[in-house]
Design a protein around this ligand. Sequence first.
Ligand code: CP
Length: 320
Amino acid sequence: MSGMEAEAPVGLKHKHLLGLEDYSAQEIHLILDTAESFLDVLERPIKKVPTLRGITVVNLFFENSTRTRISFEMAEKRLSADTVNFSASSSSTQKGETLRDTAANIEAMKIDAVVMRHSAPGSCLFLSRCLDSVIINAGDGAHEHPTQALLDLLTLRRRLGSLEGKRVTLVGDILHSRVAMSNIYGLQKVGAKVQVCGPAPLVPRHIQDLGVEVFWNVEEAIENSDVLNVLRIQLERHNAHHFPSLREYHEEFGVTADRLDRHASDELLVMHPGPINRGVEIASDVADSGRSVILEQVTNGVAVRMAVLYLLLGGKTREH
Ligand code: CP
C-alpha cells in the first residue's frame, strides 16, 4: 500500500495512516508510547498543548460516527489544531460532486490533513493519491479502521503489559468488520495470538491464511482466550441473511454472563469497539461488568488519535 512517499516528521516512516497492514511493530509501539504521554496530558486540569498550532485538519465523514468523529475532533482541539467538520448529508456531494472534487476543493482552502470515514474500501488510499494533505483513515468500508485497533492495543497493553502470546479472540461479524482487519494486523505485529469466532457465513473464507485460528463455538473460544473483542453485527453491510434472526444469533454466539461464568478465566477481559447492540452480540450485564474495558477504550482513543496526529503532522509546525 502507499503512504511511504514523504518525509518522516517525527519517527514514522509513513506520510499517511491508511491502515496497519503496512505499519511496522516499531511504528505501532511508537504510537502507543506517544499516546501514553498524551494520556498524562488528558489528566491535567488544562488538557491542551500548543503542539499543532497553525495546523488545519478537516474531518470528512461520509458515514455515521459517534466515537471516532468526536474523538478525532477532541484530539485535534487538545493539540491546538484548527478543525473543520464536514458532514456528507449537508454537503454538495448531495448535488453529485465526486469525492475527488470535494476533497480537492477543501484542499484548495489550505489545509494540512484530512481524517476520512467512507463506506468504500480503499477510499483513503484513493484520496492519498489525489491530494498533498496527510490522510488519516477513520474507517473505510470493511477494509481497515486503524485508530480503533491502535486504541484497542493501547487498552490491552495498559491492562496486560506485553501482548506477546496473549490470545485475543474477535467474536461476531468478522466478514464485514474493518475493526477485525486492523486488529488482526496490529495484534499480530505486537506478538499476540489472534483468533476469531462467529457463524460460518460471517467468517471470511481462507482467514486462516492470515495466521488466525478459527473457533466455531463461542464457549470453546471463551475457554481459550485472554481477551474477547466482541464485534457488532453490521446489518447495514449485509446483502443477504447470514443467520435466521438476531435472537438466534444471540442464543448461539452472544457473549453472556452465564457463558463467561462457566467458561472464562477470572482475568478474561471483554472489549467492544462500539456501538454496542445490547442483547445481540453482548449481554447488557457483560458490557457493564468488571471484565469490560469498553469505556477505557473510548478514553484511550483520544490519546491515540492525539499521538497519530502529532506523529504525522508535528513536523509541519516546524516548517511554518
Ligand atoms: N468504534 C467506532 O468506530 O464507533 P463510531 O462508528 O461511533 O465512530
